[in-house]
Design a protein around this ligand. Structure first.
Ligand code: BTN
Length: 274
């Protein structure tokens, strides 16, 4: 075993009583539903939302058999090492504002991680947290809306904590990192979970009270490509220009060399310089 591998000191389940005892949150986490193994916490949270689960209920698992990421990708979910959680949210927002939940969660996640590392974590649009050029966490948001309002949003978060490089599959080893790798020591999942729920609680309240404008600056100052030249492939259209920031609707703003602004809702964004 190398110094880069961080197996849990004891491979033990999350101690949610400890998390509950220290939790200071207004809306989130009053119900924490724990599973040793689940298909996907997002799937379970969706099933619960359909059955009437309230705003702020959280599903959390020690491992997932079918953890998933964006674009149908697999989210590696080995037992006891990391955090896998999904929140049921019933925000007072219009359907067009649903992407703001992802932006809000990215700010909360980056602030939490940054507070443990003692240095900033970067947000990679639309939903990743990066440190030292490697992915540390991902967000998967799934919304159910009717024509006028959001019925619920499932906010799924995967955060690598005590995931050693040697335990990662070859496809991840050079692209992903974990808190333990960054800190050089084992990290308490309970402490990070508690602080993350509190940060989400605070940012969620800010989003509802003040709209995305209240969070925009904190999102943009962590934006990994801010001011950098990027190339965006939008089907058969290509935009090359400078990434400026984010719109309240969640679109990335890119200004091309002719000074035209483009709102990028989806697409592959590739940085052109370091
Ligand atoms: C991504 O980076 O593509 C998003 C990854 C989201 C992973 C989390 S783990 C908890 C929740 N349950 C899932 O199946 N996915 C999300």
């Amino acid at each position: 075993m190398s110094a880069n591998d961080f197996p849990p000191v004891t491979a033990r389940p999350l101690d949610l009583d400890r998390v509950r005892a220290d939790l200071r949150a207004r809306r989130l986490g009053f119900a924490l539903h724990y599973f040793a193994l689940i298909d996907s916490t997002n799937s379970e949270a969706r099933r619960r939302a359909e059955a009437g689960a309230g705003d702020g209920e959280i599903v959390i698992a020690d491992s997932q058999a079918q953890g998933r990421g964006r674009l149908g990708r697999v989210w590696e979910s080995p037992p006891f090492a990391n955090l896998y959680l999904s929140l049921v949210l019933r925000p007072n927002l219009a359907p067009a504002q649903a992407p703001q939940i992802t932006l809000m969660a990215a700010v909360a996640l980056a602030e939490t991680v940054g507070s443990f590392l003692g240095r900033p974590a970067a947000i990679k649009w639309p939903n990743d947290i990066f440190v030292d050029g490697k992915k540390l966490a991902g967000i998967l948001t799934e919304a159910a809306c009717n024509s006028t309002r959001i019925e619920y949003v499932i906010l799924g978060i995967g955060l690598n904590l005590n995931y050693g490089t040697e335990s990662m599959p070859d496809t991840l080893r050079h692209r992903a990192t974990s808190m333990a790798q960054l800190c050089g020591q084992f990290v308490s999942r309970e402490k990070v979970l508690g602080r993350l729920i509190q940060a989400l609680d605070r940012c969620y309240g800010e989003l509802e009270s003040f709209g995305f404008e209240g969070l925009r600056e904190r999102w943009e100052e962590r934006f990994i490509w801010r001011g950098r030249r990027v190339r965006v492939e939008l089907g058969d259209q290509l935009v090359v220009g400078r990434a400026l920031g984010i719109e309240a609707g969640g679109a990335l703003i890119v200004e091309d060399d002719d000074g035209r602004r483009h709102s990028i809702v989806a697409g592959d964004v590739i940085p052109l310089e370091t």
